[in-house]
Design a protein around this ligand. Structure first.
Ligand code: UN1
Length: 459
C-alpha cells in the first residue's frame, strides 16, 4: 500500500507518498527495535538524557521548517503550528531529565533483616499509534517518556501526518532502531499491536476499542486516548465577551480538530442571550481562512470526508429546526474549509449532541441552573475536557467536583494542556494510565520488588 497525504488547504498539493511496509515489515521493525533495546537501556541515564536533549535542540533548530510542514500537511494555522513546535521541543527537554529520576524506593523488611527495593524497568518495545492533529507533539509526548525509561519505540502515525512523523524521527537522530516510524494504516497498526510489548494509542473511539481488545487478548499494557464530546458551562456572572473569546478558541481553533475542543456550550439562566450574541460575534471574527497566514485561527478540516460529514450534520440540524447563529456554510475558496458554526434549538436526538464531529461546530444549549448544566455536560460517555466560566469560586469548585471529566478548566478554553501534568478523560474517553508527566513514566515501566537478605546459613 502507498501512504499519501495531501495539503487540506490545497488538495492538489501532494505532501508525501511512501510505501507502507505491510504487516511483515512492521513486525520486522519491532524485531529490530527489540534487538537494540537492551543496548539502549544499558547505555545509561546520561546517554539517554543527552539523546533526548539533542532531539529538543534539533526541533528548535528547525522550528520554522517544522511549523511550515505542520501547516502544509495537516492544515494547522501557522501561529498554532509554531506553538506546537515549541511545545514539542519543551516535551523532549522535560523528559530528558527523567532518566535521572529515582526508579524505585528502599523499604524495610517485615522481619527486620535485609532490605527491600522496588525498581521500575522498561517493557521492551513501545508501539505508538498517533493521530494527525498534533503531528509532532503527540508522537513526542508518547515517544520521549518511553525512550527516557529505556524502551525502544516503533511509531505508526496517522497517514495524514506521515511527513511530520518521518521528519521528527529524522531530526531526533536517535541510534538505529531506537525510534522507527512505520508509515501505514490499519494493517501496520494491527501488526504493531500484535508485536509490541506496551502500546499507547490516541485516535478514534472505534479504533481505540479494537486496540484495547487486542492488547487485552495479549495481556500487555495499553493506554488509549479517544474521542471527547466536550462541554463548556457559562454562568450568568461570567463576562460574556471574555467567555466568548475562550469558547471561540475552543470551538474554532484549528477548526475544532482536537479531542479537547468544545462542541456543546451550556448557558445557565440569564447567561443565554448575551452569550449567544457575544459568541456569534467572536466566531464571525474567526473565519475559516488560509492556515499559512499568521492571523488565521481556523484553517481547513483535514479531508473531504470530514468536510462532508460536517456540512451534512449542519444541514440535517437545520432541516430539523435548528437555528444558525453563526457560520453554517463553506467559504468561497478551494480546499476543505467549513465556517465556524454555532447552532441553537438543535433537535434533542440529533447526532451533533451525541457524537464527536471533530470540526468547528458547536451547539448552544440552555440550562436552568448549575445542576442542570452539570447533568447535560455529564450526559455523554465521551467525557474528556469541560470548561466552566464564572467569577464565583464556590461555583467553580462545585462544578469541578461534580463534572465527569479528566480535565476541568475554569475560565479557559477546554482545549490546551500542560504537558507535565496527567492528561486523560473519564468514562469512554480514555482507557488505562494517564499520559504525560510522571503518570506516563510509570505506564512505560513495570515495577519489580527486590528482596536483599544477608548471605549465610538461615537462622
Ligand atoms: C490540546 O488541547 O492542546 O488528540 C491537546 C487530541 C488530544 C490532545 C489535545 N489528545 O486532540
Amino acid at each position: 500500500m502507498t501512504v499519501t497525504s495531501y495539503n487540506p488547504a490545497d488538495p492538489s498539493d501532494l505532501v508525501v507518498s511512501v510505501e507502507a511496509p505491510g504487516a511483515a515489515g512492521t513486525a520486522a521493525a519491532v524485531e529490530r527495535a527489540r534487538a537494540v533495546q537492551a543496548g539502549w537501556l544499558a547505555a545509561g541515564a546520561a546517554a539517554r538524557s543527552a539523546a533526548l536533549s539533542r532531539a529538543a535542540e534539533a526541533v528548535e533548530a528547525h522550528a520554522g521548517e517544522l511549523a511550515a510542514l505542520i501547516v502544509r500537511e495537516v492544515g494547522k494555522p501557522l501561529a498554532e503550528a509554531r506553538g506546537e513546535v515549541a511545545r514539542t521541543a519543551a516535551i523532549w527537554r522535560y523528559y530528558a531529565q527523567a532518566p535521572y529520576a529515582p526508579s524505585g524506593a528502599a523499604h524495610e523488611t517485615a522481619a527486620g533483616e535485609g532490605l527491600l527495593l522496588t525498581r521500575r524497568r522498561p517493557y521492551g518495545v513501545a508501539g505508538l499509534i498517533t493521530p494527525w492533529n498534533f503531528p509532532l507533539a503527540i508522537p513526542t509526548w508518547k515517544a520521549a517518556p518511553a525512550l527516557a525509561v529505556g524502551n525502544t519505540v516503533v511509531l505508526k502515525p496517522a497517514p495524514e501526518g506521515t511527513a511530520c512523523a518521518l521528519r521528527l524521527a529524522e531530526l531526533a537522530g536517535l541510534p538505529e532502531g531506537v525510534l522507527t516510524v512505520v508509515p501505514g494504516g490499519a494493517q501496520e497498526g494491527g501488526a504493531l499491536v500484535a508485536a509490541a510489548d506496551v502500546v499507547s494509542f490516541t485516535g478514534s473511539t472505534a479504533v481505540g476499542q479494537a486496540v484495547i481488545a487486542a492488547t487485552a487478548a495479549r495481556g500487555i499494557p495499553v493506554q488509549a486516548e479517544m474521542g471527547g464530546l466536550n462541554a463548556a458551562i457559562v454562568l450568568p456572572d461570567a463576562d460574556p465577551a471574555q467567555a466568548a473569546a475562550h469558547l471561540a478558541a475552543a470551538i474554532a481553533g484549528y477548526a475544532g480538530q482536537k479531542c479537547t475542543a468544545t462542541s456543546r456550550v451550556i448557558a445557565v439562566g440569564a447567561a443565554y442571550e448575551p452569550l449567544a450574541e457575544a459568541l456569534a460575534k467572536a466566531l464571525a471574527a474567526t473565519p475559516a481562512a488560509d492556515p499559512a497566514d499568521p492571523a488565521t485561527a481556523c484553517g481547513p478540516v483535514i479531508n473531504e470526508a470530514a468536510l462532508t460529514r460536517l456540512t451534512d450534520a449542519i444541514e440535517s440540524a437545520r432541516a430539523g429546526g435548528a437555528e444558525v447563529l453563526a457560520g453554517g456554510g463553506r467559504p468561497q475558496r478551494p480546499g476543505w474549509f467549513v465556517e465556524p458554526t454555532l447552532l441553537a434549538e438543535v433537535p434533542a436526538e440529533h447526532p451533533l449532541l451525541a457524537e464527536e464531529f471533530f470540526g468547528p461546530v458547536a451547539v448552544l444549549l440552555p440550562a436552568a441552573d448549575l445542576d442542570e448544566a452539570v447533568a447535560i455536560a455529564n450526559s455523554t460517555r465521551h467525557s474528556l475536557a469541560v470548561s466552566v466560566h464564572t467569577r464565583d469560586l464556590d461555583t467553580a469548585l462545585a462544578a469541578a467536583d461534580r463534572l465527569d471529566a479528566g480535565m476541568i478548566r475554569v475560565n479557559a478554553p477546554s482545549s490546551g494542556v500542560d504537558f507535565h501534568l496527567p492528561f486523560g478523560g473519564a468514562k469512554s474517553a480514555s482507557y488505562g494510565a494517564r499520559e504525560q508527566g510522571q503518570a506516563v513514566l510509570d505506564f512505560f515501566t513495570a515495577s519489580r520488588t527486590v528482596s536483599l537478605l544477608p548471605a549465610g546459613a538461615p537462622r
